[in-house]
Design a protein around this ligand. Structure first.
Ligand code: SF4
Ligand code: FES
Length: 236
């Protein structure tokens, strides 16, 4: 077992607090444990007012994304043994979103951008008597893009998004790829006005922070580059 010093970002604007602060907790842990285990122990044994999101604890729901030792990741997958110094951990909320309390950020803007790209199949032709079929090759085109769990780690690590909050951001663009490259979808003309402009794909300057941050190891930048090619080659 090791003693871990955990510095945790604290802020509760509802209490009239004007500035955030860091609280430090000492937690005994097994090096095989995850940062989420430490946060649970702090909340259950030391300070019940600490606020953070989590649900599945298995890298599936996307709710526990936060900044840990300076990098966005899922707390439930952040293995202590993988840090250079597992005895010192600093936990902060995702950058560039309003803070509701401590590590809980307001995700409404993130999900609004997700809705804007119409993240669903659009097909106006008469459906066949059974399902709309896809070949394995068709499916492979969108396979990686379907791994996204909407954790927001990519969009909140993107400097283009920090500079211009109107930018749709990597997560929404990846989702638009997922549908624009689905061979059953006919909805690109309904998405093009939000994709083909300065707050859409062209705001991505291939910085790759999103790829570094993505816990599902999706090459988001490559998918955005394919969207750019599709928009350029498309007859308007
Ligand atoms: S692309 Fe990756 S980092 Fe971005 S929201 Fe999806 S899972 Fe999270
Ligand atoms: S708690 Fe669900 S992804 Fe971490």
């Amino acid at each position: 077992m090791i003693q871990v010093k955990v510095k945790v970002f604290r802020f509760n604007p509802e209490n009239g607090e004007k500035k955030p602060r860091f609280d430090e907790f000492t937690v005994e842990a097994d090096p095989k444990e995850k940062v989420l285990d430490l946060l649970h122990r702090i909340k259950w044994e030391q300070d019940g007012t600490l606020a953070f999101r989590r649900s599945c604890a298995h890298g599936i729901c996307g709710s526990c994304a936060m900044k840990i030792n300076g990098a966005n990741m899922l707390a439930c997958e952040a293995n202590l043994a993988n840090f250079r110094d597992p005895t010192r951990i600093t936990v902060e909320p995702l950058q560039s979103l309003p803070i509701l309390k401590d590590l809980v950020v307001d995700l409404r803007d993130f999900f609004k951008k997700y809705e804007i790209v119409k993240p669903y199949l659009i097909n106006r032709t008469q459906p066949p008597s059974q399902e709309r079929l896809q070949s394995p090759e068709d499916r492979a085109l969108i396979d990686e893009a379907t791994w996204c769990i909407l954790c927001a780690a990519c969009t909140t690590s993107c400097p283009s998004n920090w500079k211009n909050p109107q930018f749709l951001g990597p997560a929404a663009l990846l989702k638009s790829y997922r549908y624009c490259f689905d061979t059953r979808d006919e909805g690109i003309s309904e998405r093009i006005h939000v994709l083909d402009n300065n707050d859409g794909v062209w705001r991505c300057h291939t910085i790759f922070n999103c790829v570094e941050a993505c816990p599902k190891e999706i090459n988001i930048t490559w998918h955005i580059s394919q969207l750019k090619k599709k928009l350029v080659s498309r007859e308007h």
